[in-house]
Design a binder for this molecule. Structure first.
Ligand code: HEC
Length: 128
């Protein structure tokens, strides 16, 4: 097999570009769903939305971050003029990529898996 066709096979099977693509997807999802409030640098807007850069919820247990993002802030966001909506409408894969990006960019890193998102979704919204 020629080197060029080997590369194509690797790209198609996800060996090349897999993690990089996941990162791009996570960033695009953050930009679509979170950036207007928490800003590109994660520092929020004074009195409107808190910073998430370095937030305990972002650097802490990944499951807490997943749960928080599912539920949002509810109607009483405390000291903040804005409220955060919940994000149940995003798929497990999208939430995993988005929150992995958030932890990489604004926390101490650590992958959020699709499996853990699915489990928490089941706990909150499952019918059994
Ligand atoms: C409409 C504005 C808005 C959007 C969109 C939004 N948030 Fe928020 N977010 C808030 C507000 C307001 C709070 C503070 C809520 C409170 O303290 O009760 C908050 C709090 C948080 C916190 C907790 C910060 C802390 O330590 O207290 C995290 C983490 C977070 N948001 C992540 C996200 C992610 C991830 C997304 C995108 C999927 C997102 N937010 C989208 C407004 C928003």
């Amino acid at each position: 097999m020629k080197a060029s066709s080997l590369l194509i096979v690797l790209v198609l099977t996800g060996f090349v570009g897999g993690p990089a693509l996941a990162e791009e997807t996570g960033q695009a999802l953050y930009e679509a769903h979170c950036l207007t409030c928490h800003q590109a640098d994660g520092r929020g807007v004074p009195r409107m939305q808190p910073p998430i850069k370095g937030s305990e919820i972002v650097i802490g247990n990944a499951d807490t971050l997943v749960a928080y993002t599912f539920l949002g802030s509810g109607e009483d966001p405390g000291n903040w003029a804005n409220a955060m909506p919940g994000f149940q409408q995003l798929s497990d894969a999208d939430l995993a990529a988005l929150l992995t990006y958030v932890r990489e960019s604004f926390g101490t890193g650590g992958v959020v898996t699709e499996q853990s998102v699915a489990e928490i979704r089941q706990q909150f919204f499952g019918s059994d």
